[in-house]
Design a protein around this ligand. Sequence first.
Ligand SMILES: [Mg+2]
Length: 198
Amino acid sequence: MSEHIKPRLGFDLDDTLVGRELLTRMGGALKGLFLHSIPYLDPSKLPQMDHGPSIIGGYNEVSLHFHRGRRAYPGAIRRLEELAEDNDLYIITGRPAIVEWRDATIKQIRREGIPVPEENVFMTPNHESTIISKAHAIKMMGIDEYWDDNLRTQLALSACFPNKKFNWIRYGVTDTPVDELLVASRDNLHSIPISEWK
Ligand SMILES: [Mg+2]
């Protein structure tokens, strides 16, 4: 199906390649309790968008500070280094496509030794939904397989792209409510326990 020579693999950043603080994760899980409906995405009706950095829009310096300080999971980096030999790697993140965030994210990727070139980093345009932005990048770049710790995201994307593979990085105590039957019913969705990944 794909025209590119090497398979293209995409990775979320926060809590997939770099670890968030436990408190932030707990907060996210709590938010997930109230927000667990899964959006339906039609791959032929995704909006056009530009993932390049925008100078428009404010940014939260405190949030940026915490994101910037996050460290990569050594196990995940080793895995990516192996995969980089035969695949093209991409980062597709919900972080905002704003200049300050883009610069901090690229510096962090280099500092942490994440083997993904700058031009393969896709961020979320201002005011766009993270899930729709990720779906757009996956479709536009012809990503074959995608890793993310957010189950709601992975359920929406695996339904949108039934011919692509999705890997859910699964945390323990801070998981949002999980519909085990729904997860098991998706042939193209696999879960990886965080203990085996990081
Ligand atoms: Mg994440």
